[in-house]
Design a protein around this ligand. Structure first.
Ligand code: KG4
Ligand code: ZN
Length: 393
């Protein structure tokens, strides 16, 4: 089957076509079209993502990206005779929530293409920024309506899990119970997976997400958005030069008798350490490293405790922060040495950030729950959707 996947939960517009041969979880996959437009350049100017601005960009780019992905996957059949766009225009305006330009462009698309060889559309329904999620959802509903294709609403964080276990052609044969450490700009959570679809959250952040802490500390150090990769570069320079510690930073909640996290105090400690100081390059690199050390130590310690307490067989790291080189190294080394029977899964470098291949994979896992076009009209964006919700796919 062919799955069209759409991801617009934050500042990446991503559309892909995944071909699946066989049934989940033993299918063989081929990514046949894959388009991603990052709005980072736009948001960098403002030091963060503004939902209204992000939404406008998604509206502008989604159809061109989808068309390219569908053409690359060779799943579009051109109409012999140009169709009548007006027959669908008013419904599309309604579905697209009166984004007139997008609705008109979709009507023209429909007039040009007779069929889509797509069996299901997977779309991120949450968590994320609601205004941007709606763009992807409405777009999915529009295509579903035009071409009579069922829709699977996908949970973004589940997508990150699937990204980590994707080999490029298959899903790794994970042994359960597995533990997922999900670390991104909006989330930091420990989730036990009894099987591919049964999830229990056993720990989460009580304030800032770890990616958010990276971004905020980067801003304190005068580094651009997104801060994670910038901090990581500075920290690597400090380690290579073996710079002395700049500040002694706390390890929040390390000894607390639970699996929760807190990162806002760590960020505040960095603020106090650097305030009203003109930092030299060495000092900035050193504090970036001190911060990264503190984050890694907390994540590693709590994850290890969760592995012990829940008899975990496999560990899955997912989300944007799992791109962090030092963290990857620390986790890999620690678990390979101390837990040789446990397998650790890390996403390929091309799939650490937000993308739509991961949404297609999660969509395939839940394709039995796909909603027929009329029912798909009821899909809602849910900015706070939890991975453990019963109907969160
Ligand atoms: O998963 P993601 O792309 O978007 C969300 O779903 O939030 O994660 C984005 C977050 C940002 O906070 C970014 O600074 C962080 O991931 N990030 C990193 C690195 N690359 C991205 N954090 C630390 N080290 C990195 N190399
Ligand atoms: Zn993400």
């Amino acid at each position: 089957m062919n799955i069209l996947a759409i991801e617009t939960s934050c500042d990446e517009t991503a559309v892909s076509v995944l071909h699946a041969e066989g049934t989940f979880p033993h299918a063989t996959y081929e990514v046949r079209g894959n388009e991603l437009f990052s709005q980072i350049d736009l948001h960098q100017e403002y030091g963060g993502v503004f939902p209204a601005m992000a939404k406008r960009e998604h509206v502008k780019t989604i159809l061109p990206l989808a068309t390219k992905a569908l053409v690359d996957a060779d799943v579009l059949a051109i109409r012999e005779e140009i169709g009548d766009a007006d027959t669908v225009r008013s419904t599309l305006h309604e579905i697209c929530n009166h984004e007139a330009a997008l609705a008109d462009a979709l009507a023209d698309f429909y007039a040009s293409y007779e069929t889509l060889d797509i069996d299901a559309i997977a779309v991120t329904a949450g968590p994320g920024l609601e205004p941007t999620l709606w763009v992807g959802i409405n777009f999915a509903i529009a295509l579903s309506h035009l071409y009579n294709i069922p829709v699977v609403p996908v949970n973004h964080m589940k997508g990150h899990i699937f990204a980590s276990v994707f080999t490029g052609t298959t899903l790794s044969s994970v042994t359960f119970p597995a533990l997922s450490l999900l670390i991104s700009g909006g989330h930091t959570e420990l989730v036990v997976m009894r099987d591919w679809t049964t999830y229990e959250r056993i720990g989460q952040t009580r304030d800032d997400a770890v990616g958010e802490a990276f971004d905020k500390v980067a801003r304190l150090l005068g580094l651009p958005y997104p801060g994670g990769p910038e901090i990581s570069k500075c920290a690597a320079t400090a380690r290579a030069a073996d710079l002395p510690a700049f500040a002694s930073l706390p390890r929040p909640m390390l000894d607390a008798d639970n699996l929760d996290f807190s990162f806002s105090g760590l960020k505040t400690a960095v603020r106090y350490a650097v305030q009203e100081k003109e930092l030299t390059a060495d000092e900035r690199n050193a504090i970036a490293r001190d911060f990264e050390d503190a984050v890694c130590e907390v994540l590693l310690t709590k994850t290890t405790r969760a592995v012990d307490e829940h008899a975990i067989q496999s560990l899955i790291l997912g989300g944007g922060v799992s791109a962090n080189e030092y963290l990857r190294e620390q986790f890999t080394k620690h678990f390979a040495t101390e837990y040789p029977d446990l397998t650790t899964y890390l996403p390929d470098a091309t799939l650490t950030g937000d993308n739509s291949v991961m949404i297609a994979l999660a969509g395939h896992a839940h394709v039995d729950a796909a909603l027929e076009p009329s029912a798909a009209r009821a899909i809602r964006a849910n900015g706070n959707q939890s991975i453990t919700e019963k109907f969160s796919y």
